[in-house]
Design a protein around this ligand. Structure first.
Ligand code: B12
Ligand code: SF4
Length: 540
């Protein structure tokens, strides 16, 4: 095989880092292989099929590599309007609101299913019109839902879970995939392979001039947030998280010099100023300190005036790291505190102490951190009680007192149940989910289950959220102003500022927490006052 066409399947515009790494890896080992990257997100829906057809006709690939990044549209967080519709549909006391929400929900379901159908149609187009080309598929969404998606893809498609560098190289070289995490359908039989030892990342760099030459649409990402991966793998065990399943538990580091070379090339050649460390976790533990410190020191030494962000365990931030983070341009951060109750955190195997998280915030404040922090709360996690909910409200107040209320934005980010997680296994065991359920099949009942918010606390929480969202006239996606998502230059002008101010004004998570506190406290005083035990949540 001597030509590969990478097709990044449509999703909300985000730099297609995965395919850029794959193409670069193959180029270093097989410089004669012709390659091209096509990003379908950059085309309007109606033009995507012709874009695939035109690229395949012109490029004549032997191998077509589809990269499927996201599927999720029912995000379990309040930055997404689908959560608001779902809560209105299930919990609003006003029947009119329920009816309106049910229409909005139906529209969203329709969009969800048509998006999946449209996305699947591109591999089918290749299979039908270019039958000689071998098809491969990978990416985050494919990895998450491989068992379901492989059934919907053309027979013979090679699916790869997790990283794809070695697998693509083996296909090009005609080698066996037995030591790779592949999935393949032959008629009704599904075959799977298991990864041997995962690739080391000591030689992973990006040759940007080469990449620029094979990715004609790269201009669309000039001035946008660029993803950079500094390590793969996460050793933690957080019950709801899929990242260790995707990347493995063993942490593999890229040499800091190569990570910063990536940043510096994008900085000088594409004018990039915003970067996102796409690591499952930037600070994976104490062992990661030397690498993290060296990366940040090199950014400073090379005078790269950037703004960067990533998923960071605040509990592992030391005073030294905090200073380096601030000096090297750390931007807004998303901190998954999850709960203000240590017991709830321990039950989810989160592996951090709340006190250390507060320390990390303190070190950031002392280092002069001026960014914003989104504090993600997964209320109503297993073991949640009224007391632990109140502890979450207190934890927000504590972080706000450390970093300043104007910088801290709590966000309700309910646990979303994902396949191949410990949470899913527990819920299957408890009978909350039934064996063989299809995580991609969304119905009003399944959405209610998958946005994890079970009785009896669900009604108070939903009411508090609805009260807050109503007051703020609807929720917004705070990511627009955190810098975590790519933005076009137009949006980062005054328009973005307006968004930003609106986003801050719409700090509805804070309102939701405070409303919840009010509901719980008044409920408690009612209970003590009337010495009655069971007040129906729905009557509060
Ligand atoms: C970093 C990250 C983000 C950052 C992205 C920042 C940026 N500028 O890039 C932020 C925070 C913005 C983000 C947002 C979202 N994300 Co996100 N994100 C990730 C994360 C942690 C890493 C992705 C990444 O870039 N990895 C590094 C690159 C190098 O790896 P990669 O792209 O996956 O490619 C490798 C492999 O997948 C494979 N591969 C890829 N394509 C192909 C093709 C072939 C043929 C082969 C063989 C292999 C292959 O090889 C590549 C190299 O090894 C993953 C989880 C994870 N650990 O993977 C979730 C993940 C991809 N995100 C996910 C989601 C859902 C989202 C959101 C939609 C969430 C939401 N509802 O708001 C948003 C929107 C994203 C968008 N399109 O705009 C899901 C997708 C699965 C799903 N349920 O659909 C994931 C898997 C997390 C999860 N829930 O489990 N995200
Ligand atoms: S939530 Fe973060 S720390 Fe926990 S397992 Fe997932 S990536 Fe690792």
């Amino acid at each position: 095989m001597d030509s590969i066409l990478y097709i990044f399947l449509p999703c909300k515009k985000v730099y297609p880092i995965g395919v850029t790494y794959l193409a670069d890896f193959i180029h270093r080992r097989k410089p004669d292989v012709r390659q091209r990257i096509l990003d379908l997100s950059l085309f309007p829906d109606a033009q995507r099929s012709s874009a695939v057809r035109d690229a395949a006709t012109e490029f004549k690939p032997d191998l077509v590599c589809f990269s499927w990044r996201d599927i999720q549209i029912f995000s379990p967080h309040e930055g997404d309007s689908s959560l608001e519709h779902a809560f209105n549909f299930y919990f609003a006391s006003n029947p009119l609101k329920r009816v309106v929400a049910s229409f909005a929900g139906l529209q969203q379901l329709y969009r969800y299913y048509s998006h999946i159908r449209a996305t699947l149609s591109y591999p089918w187009l290749i299979a039908k019109e270019f039958p000689k080309a071998q098809i491969m598929i990978g990416g985050g969404a494919f990895t998450a839902f491989a068992d379901q998606l492989i059934l919907k893809l053309p027979e013979g498609t090679i699916g790869i879970l997790g990283e794809g560098e070695d697998a693509i190289l083996k296909v090009i070289e005609g080698q066996s995939l037995e030591k790779e995490r592949y999935i393949l359908r032959e008629g009704k039989t599904i075959r799977k392979g298991q990864q041997g030892s995962p690739a080391l990342l000591d030689a992973l760099t990006v040759d940007l001039p080469y990449l620029t030459s094979i990715f004609p649409q790269h201009r669309e990402y000039m001035g946008e947030s660029i993803g950079v991966q500094s390590k793969r793998g996460c050793p933690y065990d957080c019950a709801f998280c899929l990242y260790p399943y995707i990347e493995g538990k063993r942490v593999r580091y890229r040499p800091p010099s190569m990570v910063v070379k990536d940043i510096s090339q994008h900085y000088h050649q594409w004018g990039a100023r915003r970067f996102w460390f796409t690591d499952a976790q930037f600070i994976t533990g104490k062992e990661a300190y030397p690498q993290c410190i060296e990366i940040l020191e090199r950014i400073l030494a090379e005078r790269l005036e950037i703004e960067w962000s990533g998923y960071i365990r605040t509990s592992l931030i030391t005073p030294e790291l905090a200073k380096l983070m601030v000096r090297s341009g750390v931007g807004d951060l998303e901190v998954a505190i999850t709960s203000g109750s240590q017991e709830v955190l321990n039950n989810l195997h989160m592996g951090f102490k709340l006190e250390r998280l507060y320390d990390g915030c303190r070190y950031l404040a002392e280092a002069g951190f001026k960014g914003k922090v989104i504090l993600n709360y997964s209320l109503n996690s297993p073991k949640e009680t009224e007391e632990s909910l109140l502890q979450s409200v207190e934890s927000y107040k504590k972080v706000a007192s450390i970093l300043g209320e104007e910088r801290v934005f709590p966000l309700m980010f309910f646990l979303g149940i994902q396949p191949n997680t410990d949470l899913e296994a527990r819920l299957l065991e408890e009978g909350y989910l039934s064996a063989g359920y299809n995580p991609l099949m969304l119905t009003p009942t399944s959405i209610r289950k998958l946005l994890y918010n079970p009785a009896p606390l669900n009604s108070f929480i939903a009411k508090a959220c609805l009260m807050a969202w109503e007051r703020k006239a609807g929720s917004r996606d705070p990511r627009k102003w955190t810098g975590s998502l790519s933005q076009t230059p137009k949006e980062s002008g005054p328009y973005a500022d307006k968004n930003l101010i609106r986003g801050i004004e719409g700090n509805s998570g804070r309102d939701a927490l405070l409303s919840l506190e009010e509901i719980l406290r008044s409920r408690r005083s009612n209970v003590t006052g009337q010495s009655s035990v069971g007040v129906e949540p729905s009557k509060v």
